[in-house]
Ligand binder design. Structure first.
Ligand code: ZN
Length: 266
């Protein structure tokens, strides 16, 4: 996942996972003089929730001596997530947030001149996503979403998930033992109902049959190459509005913002 001269943009939300990832990567990066780390925090504009997380992210970056870049939905897209959600209800808040956050992190990482983006998805997140994709019948996504995402055409920055094999409980334990202060209150929009059901189911299985999460993760890792052979490669072109790579005439972000708000900034 990592090279000695990488400039890694770490997506830091202020939760236990991202602050743990930042702490661990900082330890590693110190041993490599040509490596650089930049923490990137996205302020989505969620009232009563985000301010505390941004403060915690800022304090951790200061303590660890890591450069910190904060970008906001308002500044990039002209609206906060709260405003977007109150305007349109076609999609769930998490759908809007997921697409816009990904773009915001990408913009910030490019601004920092990073060559990689590290996100703090843990084993639980990854296995939930695998099952969600199966439940949605989306085999293509299972093939495409892997711990190291490389775009052969070089249009997207490489994305890595260094904690993808670490169970959530162990990440939490590391955060407590390293005395990391992290945000404990959950996002008011909190995941989709289906993901929550899958999380509960997996935790129940893991308790009764320890190792279940690893087994699912490993199975998909082994199947992925075979799955890829059946997935038609997507051809990317420039989004007519913002110029970012997309499969259709408009990218997901522009499609969403077109429905939500007309923003001249992107
Ligand atoms: Zn676009």
């Amino acid at each position: 996942m990592l090279r000695f001269d990488d400039h890694i943009a770490v997506a830091v939300s202020g939760g236990k996972d991202s602050l743990t990832l930042l702490r661990v990567l900082r330890k590693i990066e110190k041993r490599f003089p040509r490596a650089t780390l930049t923490a990137v925090t996205v302020d989505e504009g969620i009232d009563g929730y985000r301010a505390e997380a941004v403060r915690l992210a800022r304090e951790s970056c200061r303590e660890l001596g890591v450069n910190h870049l904060i970008v906001s939905f308002r500044e990039l897209f002209g609206q906060t997530l709260d405003e977007i959600v109150s305007l349109k209800k076609e999609l769930s808040p998490c759908s809007y947030c997921g697409v816009l956050r990904r773009r915001a992190i990408h913009i910030a990482a490019k601004e920092a001149k990073a060559n990689k983006i590290a996100t703090a998805h843990n084993l639980d997140d990854e296995v939930q996503t695998i099952l969600l994709n199966i439940f949605h019948g989306d085999a293509n996504r299972i093939a495409r979403v892997e711990p190291v995402l490389v775009d052969p055409a070089g249009r997207f920055l490489q994305r890595i998930k260094p904690l993808c094999e670490i169970p959530e409980k162990e990440v939490a334990l590391y955060a407590y033992l390293s005395r990391t202060e992290f945000q404990t209150c959950p996002c008011p929009y909190l995941g989709t109902a289906l993901r929550n059901d899958i999380r509960e189911m997996l935790n129940r299985f893991e308790e009764r049959h320890p190792g279940t999460k690893f087994t699912i993760f490993r199975s998909v890792e082994r199947l992925r190459d075979s799955l890829k052979a059946f997935v038609t490669p997507v051809e990317l072109r420039d989004c007519l509005r913002c110029g970012e790579p997309t499969t259709g005439p408009l990218c997901e972000v522009c499609k969403m913002l077109g429905r939500v708000v007309d923003c001249p900034r992107i």
